[in-house]
Design a protein around this ligand. Structure first.
Ligand SMILES: Cc1cc2nc3c(=O)[nH]c(=O)nc-3n(C[C@H](O)[C@H](O)[C@H](O)COP(=O)(O)OP(=O)(O)OC[C@H]3O[C@@H](n4cnc5c(N)ncnc54)[C@H](O)[C@@H]3O)c2cc1C
Length: 462
């Protein structure tokens, strides 16, 4: 049995930082979403690239699966060790290594969270823009190709990771990309690693693009009579080139969940939440232009403000949407869908989804980063009722099929993990085989996060 030998070799150099306690295994076996508890055999807490390298060398030699772990907030079971083995938790690699304000970039270890990075950037006049609803780790965000409310203006992780240090399955350490803002030197290995979900290597350092804190910011909320009006207002705003920094949609059920969870008093109807970045004059002008568009689409009570406390309250409410929705059905778990379609097909995708959800017996509030054509339904299932999960999966399946029919994708930002594996063939065709070939070239023994993203023949436990 190779596993005990591997664990003993790992224990020799990690000491207490290799854990096999039940509580630790359970903590690293649970998902934020609906997946069943899947504890690994051990959890390693490395402190350096050299230790990650040593972990991989040992696991490679013994054929032991290795799964990276940032903060465990991914929603498709990405970080679950479905074939057992070692989970590598990056929480101790949490240093901001170098802020290079003149180049507007920063080098970080993978365990730094997005909020911790922005705290450290406070005095610099710069910020890191990608903001998923959870306070996720930057390594995990790169690995899932995450995005957030500001991606419509500043891009996703794909646009904001400039370079990485990655430890490959056999323990080799490579550097991808560089600090130059452009390069034509060969394959884009950074692009390959972003979104690879820990299946090609473990990220031990990232160089990230930073943005200047805007001189002025305005934010506002607008209520709409119906979903279609709200979505058409988004379409006009984007097509007219109004430079929104955020444009988020929530439906009536989400507005009701906010009211119950955060004590707000939003009318229980669809809303758009917006933010504009620029100079005092430009944000005023942009807000007013949006107000006119909203009025044409029967928007009501659009109010905007440049006061920081108003903005903070608005985005805190938005970032807590998942928990507000979960609280609306006590004891529920969530299956979160994540489709993204071309912006011209957004209204059709949202209205057809809403019609489908209206016939369902489980709740599924809709919200999303609609400026990118990306939205979610948070399908709430009672864990004691298997029929709820079956219904949620059927609704999710129809959403994905709808998105693919409209030229979109099964996942705009959450990633593939376990939940979207079945759609890879349809979405990518032969391209999925190419992904599998790349995986086999870089990880021939298939030890890195087996069971995710590509086909994993011979997986023993799933
Ligand atoms: C309330 C809530 C709101 C959310 N909102 C959004 C949103 O708006 N946008 C969005 O994109 N996502 C969102 N998510 C999903 C989640 O936050 C993102 O997928 C996030 O990027 C996961 O980061 P993590 O640190 O938690 O990674 P984990 O869940 O720990 O891991 C995710 C994947 O990355 C791999 N991994 C982790 N660290 C490394 C590393 N150093 N090297 C290689 N692989 C690694 C893991 O093996 C796994 O496959 C939300 C989740 C929640 C719970």
């Amino acid at each position: 049995m190779p596993q005990p030998q591997a664990l003993s070799a790992l224990g020799t150099f990690l000491g207490q930082r290799l854990s096999t306690s039940k509580s630790d295994l359970d903590l690293h076996g649970r998902s934020e979403s609906y997946f069943a508890l899947t504890p690994p055999d051990a959890v390693a807490y490395p402190e350096s690239t050299e230790e990650v390298q040593q972990i991989l060398r040992i696991c490679h030699e013994h054929g032991v699966p290795v799964t990276g772990w940032g903060t465990g907030t991914s929603l498709e079971g990405h970080a679950l060790a479905v074939a057992g083995g070692v989970v590598v938790d990056f929480r101790l690699m949490d240093r901001v290594l170098e802020i290079r304000a003149a180049d507007m970039d920063v080098a970080v270890q993978p365990g730094v969270t997005r909020e911790a990075l922005n705290q450290q950037l406070r005095a610099t006049g710069l910020f890191f823009s990608v903001d998923p609803g959870a306070n996720a780790s930057l390594g995990g965000m790169a690995a899932t190709g995450a995005s957030g409310t500001t991606s419509v203006r500043y891009g996703t992780m794909r646009d904001n990771v400039l370079a990485m240090q990655v430890v490959l399955a056999d323990g080799r350490v490579i550097r991808t990309g560089g600090r130059a803002r452009k390069s034509s030197a060969g394959y884009d290995l950074t692009g390959l690693m972003v979104g690879s979900e820990g299946t090609l290597g473990l990220i031990t350092e990232l160089t990230l693009r930073l943005h200047g804190v805007p001189e002025a910011v305005s934010a506002g909320v607008c209520a709409f009579a119906g979903i279609e009006d709200a979505v058409n207002a988004v379409l006009d705003t984007i097509q007219m080139g109004i430079p929104v920094a955020r444009i988020e949609f929530v439906d009536a059920a989400t507005a009701a969940a906010f009211n119950a969870y955060a004590g707000t008093s939003l009318p229980e109807c669809p809303h758009l939440m917006l933010e504009f970045h620029g100079s005092p004059d430009s944000v005023k002008q942009d807000s007013e232009r949006f107000g006119e568009i909203a009025a044409e689409h029967h928007g009501r009570g659009f109010q905007w403000s440049t006061r920081e406390e108003d903005r903070r309250a608005l985005w805190a409410m938005r970032h807590n949407a998942y928990y507000a929705i979960l609280a609306s059905r006590p004891g529920a778990r969530a299956l979160v869908t994540d489709i993204c379609v071309p912006i011209s097909r957004l209204a059709q995708a949202v209205t057809e989804t809403q019609a489908d959800l209206s016939r369902a017996s489980i709740p599924g509030p809709i919200l999303g980063h609609v400026g990118d054509g990306n939205f979610h339904s948070v399908l709430l299932v009672d864990p004691a009722r298997p029929e709820d999960l079956a219904e949620a999966k059927a609704l999710s399946h129809r959403m994905v099929e709808r998105a693919l029919d409209l030229g979109g994708t099964a996942t705009g930002e959450h990633g593939v993990g376990l939940g979207k594996l079945d759609y890879m063939q349809r979405e990518h065709g032969d391209g999925w085989d190419v992904m599998t070939t790349l995986k086999q070239a870089l990880d021939p023994k298939g030890i890195l996060n087996p069971g995710k993203l590509v086909r994993s023949p011979g997986l023993s436990r799933q």
